[in-house]
Design a protein around this ligand. Sequence first.
Ligand code: GLA
Ligand code: ZN
Length: 661
Amino acid sequence: MKLDKIWFGGDYNPDQWDEKTIDEDMRLFKKAHINMVTLPVFSWAKLEPEEGRYNFEWLDRLLDKLAANGIGVNLATPTTAQPAWLSTKYPEVLPVDIQGRRRTHGMRVFFCYNSPKYHERSAAIAGAMAQRYAHHPALKIWHIANEYGTYCYCPICRGKFIEWLQKRYGSLEKLNERWFTSFWGRTLYDWQEIQLPTELNDDYRFNPTIQLDYMRFVTDSTADCFTNEYQAIRKYCPDIPIQTNMSGYIKKLDQFVMAKRMDIIGWDNYPWPTDDKSLVALKHDIMRGLKGGQSYMLAEQSPNQQNWQPYNRLKRPGEVRMLSFQALAHGADTCLFFQMRQSVAGQEKFHGAVISHSGRDDTRVFKETARLGAELEKLSPVLPGMRSKADVGMLFDWNNWWALENSSGPNRDINYLSTVNLYYRAFFEKNIPVDILSEDASLDGYRVIVLPMLYMFKPGLGDRICSFVQNGGTLIATTMCALVDENDHCAFGEYPGPLKDVLGLRIEETDALLQNAENRVSLDGESFPCTLLCDVIHLEGAKCLGCFEQEFYAGSPAVTVNEYGKGRAYYIGTQPDRALLERVVTKLDLAAVKPGSRDLEITRRFDGENEVIFALNHAQEQGFIDLGSTQYTELLTGAPASGTVYIAPNDVGVFCRRKDI
Ligand code: GLA
Ligand code: ZN
């Protein structure tokens, strides 16, 4: 699917405002080039004051007004926040937490995703909205609920979990085998003996396989919850795309599973002030990867500070613009904010908004928003739907994330996302594009495949990786790779199981370094620090590139390379520092999108007709990009561009050319 233009705007909660304020908002929206609002995310209580009685008239008027003002609507089902009457009448819709406590009404995203009553009432209102608004001119896209991600441990969920397990394993015998219940005498003789992994039975060392299955089950149940509303909408509205916005805390749900149910991906980007810019870029690339490279929606970001961080730093002048262009540079086709007008009370009264409490249109934030809106209009005719291309594929897997971090040992400081970011950053800093791939994605067409701590190898992956290298590909595998199967069983004999041959080595044992401790690796005559884990490696055909310098395994290999078929496979048997990784990446001989100065982020998107190069100068000094002899047009200024182009500190350049020129 391809959007008609770059959507610019975001969450709007007009049920907090009177008619006069809403009219003023229309004026301000137009002034800021806003063309899309997301609503009514939190209005279930207003739309359905009692069971089955709907109050849509205010929303009718609002949608008409938005359409009359040329503003589209990302129409939200309000099902993230059920009304108090619903929780009171049917208490089973409320979730039970991991401590076994049935929660009371009050919070949002606070329902049991398996509750039949929740499913019934949410489908009812979604269907009623679809019936009423399917042909409304303002309707551009549907937005179901908001930031799914609550885990529930209620009796309904337990029953559903048992059904899910019956379907997955077929027999208790198989379940016992897959859950390895012979460990600690946990053998099950009746399906009803199955308990959910809560703190009532295990408060610090959950059986990792059971916990893994529960996380898979929660994902499937949440996806079904989404599909329940999806189908209710589809009954009346066959064509308009449907999505949900996922939270930036993406660990909770397997987003590859969720993505299959959505027409387009949407996610909420709320970086912390201390976040690496590569982490934000990585998350964008993950979102682009969820549907195999399809562009996606930046569904929320703050136009200024947040309110829920401990220290809510103002976004500096130009910072929101930079974050927005970074999103577009990585594959987003929208730039949506939370929120349009700042709430006067409630939990988020100090959260940034386009229109602040002052209501003025000459605030720094309003002016920056309006400027950005005008700029995006210049990109709108070419950008939507453009894709990108990478030589490097990085495998990323939620089951792996959960299993790796649920594992008791070897080192509690193992952090999957930051390890993926460590490897991603080594390419990012050189402007070498990376595609994030699911474990079952095709590896064809990639020159390099990276497996940062891909601990879990599902059936068939080992063979696919080996033939990738056999046929001329380059592999980078790391410590903790290929240790367990999809049930978290260390079933592969010698480590690293299915990668032993391709890597030409075996690992006898792995040392965990204490907090803040380091070893060192000597490579190319230099010494680099390393942390976290050190593998004790025996070479079986591979060549040692770098050795550990300390401990009883000093002098043994830390970084290796193995020629295999037409390709080669690197192994990094520790957590390398940035410089060591950079050294390894340099050996791969990969090209940057375009040459440029340090701290300039450069990406490329294209379609059948045009190519767009983004150059984002994150530095506090002037930078440059070298466009070579090709003639481009800088889209924001309209100026022709080629050769070396200078980019001011904190500024961006967007260069476009017809692809066939
Ligand atoms: C989330 C929610 C929004 C809002 C913002 C505030 O992303 O989806 O409703 O609460 O956080 O940052
Ligand atoms: Zn439940």
